[in-house]
Design a protein around this ligand. Sequence first.
Ligand code: SAM
Length: 229
Amino acid sequence: MKFHIITLFPEAFDSYLTESIIGRAIKEKRIQVTFTNPRMFVSGKYKKVWPDGNVSRVVDDKPYGGGPGMIIRAEPVLKAVESVTKKIAKRKNAKIKIVNFSPSGEKFTTAYAKTSAKKYTDIIMLCGRYEGIDARVAKILKAQDVSIGDYVLTGGELPAMVLIDSISRQIPGVLGKFESLEEERISSSEFYTRPEVLEYKNKKHRVPKVLLSGDPKKIDEWKNRAKKE
Ligand code: SAM
């Protein structure tokens, strides 16, 4: 699976993608993550070369109809996506999905992650910033609006990391043997480890007795209950 991130802030991904399961998946080439910055595709009056050689590239502009925030212009985003799709097109049988992050999009779920891992070879993700990306981009690219929850974030970079993480877990070989089992077996949202009796501020906190019983059936029943509660 190849994830192609269209973002103004590629550095925001650095530490997360080098750690733990995802870092290992990238090293082992089970997944690949590429970054394309729309700023590199700014041209015309939005690009200025200063006498000292510095170049400023402006990706945003004021919203039509008024409003406080700035909008990322369509042109640099479309050109950035085009540069990615051109490379993908060199591979035969590539199946591309384009996701546009939006707080009001379709809610991202594990079921969505599972389907995406099976159906696509390449997922292009458009990370908005400011008020978002000019709405014509999603329409032209037939991108699907996707939300990771009912709250507003500053940008699409965290949602992109959420999708990379969750979809990667569904790709064969990404999870090690132990973590795979973890996905399959009954797992509750309540966990305990040593010590059996935890003393904290003069109070004793015990591990539920059933977990010490050694009876797998009873333990599974308890875990199922703990999951529902
Ligand atoms: N008023 C804008 C809207 O309703 O779309 C909010 C823009 S938000 C400040 C900037 C960008 O962050 C969005 O364009 C989107 O890419 C991303 N974003 C924010 N919250 C999100 C969420 N819950 N799920 C997915 N993307 C989100």
